[in-house]
Write a protein that binds this ligand. Structure first.
Ligand SMILES: Nc1nc2c(ncn2[C@@H]2O[C@H](COP(=O)(O)OP(=O)(O)OP(=O)(O)O)[C@@H](O)[C@H]2O)c(=O)[nH]1
Ligand SMILES: [Mg+2]
Length: 181
């Protein structure tokens, strides 16, 4: 499955690592870096990814690219439908959930709500702060402290950039170790 397939309720034959987060946070961009080829559609317009897409990694496990939540430009009925589909997906597939947050912003209510939902389902989450290429050193220092304080129970936390590649190798390495433990 080089190109990736839409998730239709069937459980994949290997572990799944899901990329979730607000629309436009950079899920599809990161996925393309992780896979090594541009398989997922990326857009400046929020709401680009519709439906949950599965892509097999060369290491055997699957990545899931999820539609973004919480963006006003996406109609509310559509957002609610995605939220429900996302919840069903988590319950059925029980992936390792990666929550991507914009490293420039303070913790967003919608992210905290999503994480609460992930935890209610009984799944751990990793916290990926994206677009770190846009931060100055001092902003980065401040945001690092903020992330620690706001997401103390994340199983992994790190800064990443799909643009410069920063943090991606370390994250991949952690995922491999986590899936094999
Ligand atoms: N500066 C910077 N911009 C990025 C980075 N990653 C993504 N972007 C930009 O952010 C925008 C959204 O990227 P996507 O990867 O489509 O975001 P998404 O989370 O998949 O969005 P939805 O599918 O709508 O939920 C695009 O304009 C990207 O070029 C990054 O690491 N740094
Ligand atoms: Mg996307």
């Amino acid at each position: 499955m080089a190109k990736g397939g839409i998730y239709r309720d069937e459980i994949p034959p290997a572990p799944v690592v899901a990329l979730s987060g607000r629309s436009n946070v950079g899920k599809s961009s990161l996925l393309n870096k992780l896979i090594g080829t541009p398989v997922a559609a990326v857009s400046r317009q929020p709401g680009r990814t519709r439906g949950i897409y599965l892509y097999q990694d060369k290491a055997g496990f699957f990545w899931a690219d999820m539609p973004g939540y919480g963006y006003a430009a996406v109609p509310q009925a559509q957002r609610r439908a995605w939220m429900m589909e996302a919840r069903r997906f988590l319950e059925k597939v029980r992936p390792l959930v990666c929550v991507l947050v914009d490293s420039r912003l303070p913790p967003q209510q919608i992210d905290l709500e999503w994480i609460a939902q992930v935890k209610r389902i009984g799944l751990p989450y990793a916290l990926l702060a994206t677009k770190v290429d846009t931060l100055t050193q001092s902003q980065r220092y401040r945001q690092a402290k903020q992330l620690m304080a706001s997401y103390p129970d994340a199983v992994w936390r790190g800064f990443l950039s799909a643009r410069t590649g920063e943090g991606i190798a370390a994250f991949r390495e952690w995922v491999s170790g986590y899936l094999h433990q």
